[in-house]
Design a protein around this ligand. Structure first.
Ligand code: MOS
Length: 750
């Protein structure tokens, strides 16, 4: 049995061990320790500059004009009022904008184009594809003038019939074929027949609303052209792909574009794709021959940056009287924009969690004239785990069984949907530790049976699950004779400590103190990297960094003897030695990608890799007002090895906070008649605030995965999964009321 790791007690730590004949590390190992973010001081003291904080002489400001119809054509503009605002430089529309190319289609050689947010060639078409699509850009000497003028642009439209009501489209949903990357539709046995035959069953319908991204830093761009050279300061999850994208859109060589983004104020998937604001700022800078800055308003984020698809889900579970699951059916309907978007794979967790002999997964999709949806922390698995894990709780009550016991009874030995081996699976251990630590045994199962004064108290659990991903990353590492180390990689720091953990890895690998390591990141001139996404950045970069460090150490050892690597350099009279992993040439990168894909696919045929965990929550519900307070939280996670106890804990905690918002308050309200988002502000779209969040106790097992570099399974997204279900289950326990439709607002529990 694994000994669970207490995040406040970080002693269990292993790093690479070298044989005694090799140069030894004088420095204390730092991998696994609760190291402060290296950029923490720069951020908290205001020294760190974000995308909209770069001063340029002659800087102009841009603001967007959004369409007010869901579908149709722009037939004309009246810009007289806007042009008359003092300080306005230009009003750009499809009638006068300089050239911009449509986005290239994604290919194996050009994978970055997957990150085209919407394949609309803004200001080069009179077509409108969603209510809120930018149709004009005002550039002015001041932000105030730009925004005032944007509000004065008059747009005339010819409307076309639009499909904007998600719920009404359910019956028109088209089934998606499963593929190895999106196995949302799959089957084993005959789940419908097994459901009918099951002595105990539940058959339930769940809905989740659309959700929007609300990073603390709204999307922002500062664009500067110097002839055909373009410099962009951007709030992005990856500078490498953005550089490639901008080069293609503005018809300049990739080498002429530089994207700089050392600090980004939250992203969650919303800053992965390339959206209108970025493109139109670059276009505005080209048109005006001025540096141009645009920071989206909060409303601008809602109208131009995709969010999470809504879903309608059915979960049907059948079991024997003693709780052996015989059937698991998970069908999901989600939406995608007519012009693009991402299939929100809600059925994903249901192929991995329960050892039912009969499983049916069906994912269907409707096309709407909405802004394309996109990645949002744990796409698919966040809303999918809500439905699945709430249904499992209902089955437990039908059976008269403890919900943890039901899960343990059906914990599979191999991946249920296809029988593949798990590379790693310690879900049982997370539950065992969590139950003991949370005091699950004190829970009386009868709904409404626990009280604290006037409050009804409920306790709920749910399983967290997130598939493991990995990409290629290029890294260079340089050791200087003074013992300093420079790691260079275009990895992206979106606020999570991504660069800090790489510094820790380099420090231990080369036997230097942490403060001797500097990591250069967030700049497209650095070695190419995948960016922050899919919970895969840290494992992708650290695999390459470790390989680069190994290469470097071999080079240094070839120079002679010494007590440390730095001493060998000194004795050999060398200033520094550098090693690189990954090719920066197009052909080299392609070859590297092909090799990586071959290995990835081979690996994927053998193993199913995922992080998992157990979410425990306690809620208090006021029986008269329906007020719901989350009063206690415990998450125990198996995320493989943990590099930094502090930043890892923070990530997991942040995911839970996001899940609490999803469970209780967040909902994008789209007018079904017009497709217009009705609550595009933090005043009306309710993210949790500090007062909504209880102490969140995080534990992890710190058990390396045997098949992943450094044993990492990824931990950026798993925290949000299972969270909403744990809350729904606790609310049932408190009140006896099952709510199947998120968010669980107080009117639904009364
Ligand atoms: Mo994340 S949703 O992969 O940025």
């Amino acid at each position: 049995m694994t000994v669970p790791h207490d995040a406040e007690n970080h002693s269990r730590l292993m790093t690479q061990v070298e044989s005694p004949s090799k140069p030894q590390t004088a420095a204390e190992p730092v991998v696994g320790k609760p190291i402060d973010r290296l950029d923490g001081r720069a951020k908290t003291s205001g020294q760190a500059r974000f995308a909209a904080e770069h001063p340029y002489p002659d800087l102009a400001y841009a603001a967007l004009v959004h369409a007010t119809i869901a579908r149709g054509r722009v037939t004309g503009f009246d810009v007289a009022g806007a042009a008359a605002v003092p300080g306005v430089l230009t009003v750009l529309t499809h009638e006068n904008a300089p050239p911009m190319e449509p986005p290239p289609r994604p290919t194996l050689a050009n994978m970055g184009m997957i990150l085209t947010g919407a394949p609309v060639n803004y200001l080069h078409t009179d077509e409108v594809h969603w209510n809120g699509q930018p149709v004009a850009v005002v550039v002015a000497e001041t932000l105030e003038a730009a925004r005032e003028a944007a509000a004065l642009v008059e747009v005339a439209y010819q409307e076309s019939p639009a499909t904007t009501d998600f719920a009404a489209q359910e019956e028109h949903a088209v089934l998606l074929k499963g593929n190895p990357f999106q196995p949302g539709t799959a089957k084993k046995g005959d789940a419908e027949a097994a459901l009918k035959a099951a002595p105990v069953s539940v058959d339930l319908r769940f809905t989740t609303p659309p959700l929007n991204h609300n990073a603390i830093e709204p999307h922002a761009t500062t664009a500067v052209w110097d002839g055909d050279r373009l410099t962009v300061h951007e709030a992005t999850q990856g500078t490498t792909f953005l550089r490639t994208h901008l080069a293609a859109r503005f018809s300049v060589p990739v080498e002429s574009v530089r994207v700089i983004a050392p600090h980004v104020g939250g992203a969650f998937g919303g800053k992965g794709p390339v959206w209108a604001g970025t493109l139109l700022t670059v276009l505005a800078a080209r048109a005006t021959r001025r540096p141009v800055r645009m920071m989206l308003t909060r409303e601008g984020v809602y109208r131009t940056v995709g969010g999470r698809s809504p879903s309608i889900q059915r979960i049907a579970l059948g079991a024997t009287a003693d709780g052996e699951m015989t059937s698991l059916i998970h069908t999901g309907v989600t939406s995608i924009g007519r012009v693009g978007g991402l299939p929100e794979g809600v059925t994903a967790p249901s192929g991995h969690l329960y050892a039912a002999p009969n499983i049916l997964l069906r994912h269907s999709q409707v096309e709407l004239d909405w802004l394309p949806n996109t990645f949002m922390r744990a796409p698919g698995e966040a809303p999918g785990s809500f439905a699945l894990e709430a249904a499992v709780d209902e089955l437990a009550y039908e059976l008269g069984m403890d919900p943890i016991a039901l899960r343990m009874r059906n914990e599979p030995e191999t991946n249920p949907i296809d029988g593949k081996a798990f590379s790693h699976r310690l879900l049982r251990e997370t539950y065992a530790y969590g139950a003991q630590r949370f005091g699950w045994a004190d829970r009386t199962p009868e709904p409404g049976s626990m009280r604290d004064g006037r409050w009804l108290v409920g306790m709920g659990v749910a399983t967290a699950h997130h598939g493991t991903n990995r990409f290629t990353a290029n890294v260079t590492v340089r050791l200087s004779a003074d013992g300093s180390v420079l790691v260079r990689c275009a990895l992206q720091e979106v606020g999570v400590g991504a660069a800090t953990v790489q510094a820790q890895i380099a420090a231990d690998a080369l036997g230097v103190p942490l403060d001797a390591v500097r990591v250069e990141h967030g700049d497209s001139t650095l070695p190419a990297a995948p960016g922050a996404g899919a919970s895969a950045q840290t494992v992708s970069v650290s695999a390459s960094l470790l390989a680069a460090c190994d290469k470097l150490k071999r080079k240094v050892r070839a120079l002679g003897e010494g007590a440390s690597y730095a001493e060998i350099l000194q004795r050999a009279g060398r200033d520094h030695v550098e090693a690189a992993v990954g090719s920066e040439t197009r052909l080299g990168a392609l070859a590297g990608q092909a090799k990586f894909m071959a290995r990835f696919l081979r690996d994927q045929r053998r193993w199913v890799k995922a992080a998992s965990g157990a979410q425990f929550c306690e809620v208090r519900v006021d029986p008269d007002t329906g007020e719901i307070r989350v009063s206690r939280w415990l998450g125990v996670f198996d995320v493989g090895r943990v590099i930094n106890a502090k930043t890892a804990t923070s990530q997991l905690r942040g995911g839970i906070v996001m899940g609490i918002g999803m469970a209780l308050s967040e909902e994008t309200l789209v007018d079904p008649r017009t497709g217009r988002i009705m609550n595009p502000s933090l005043a009306e779209y309710h993210v949790p605030v500090h007062a909504d969040i209880p102490p969140i106790d995080i534990h992890y097992l710190d058990e390396p995965d045997p098949t992943m570099p450094l044993g990492l399974l990824g931990l950026g997204e798993i925290g949000v999964t299972g969270t909403a279900a744990a809350i729904a289950n606790a609310i049932y326990h408190a009140t006896g009321k099952r709510v199947h439709d998120l968010p669980i607002t107080l009117d639904k529990v009364l």
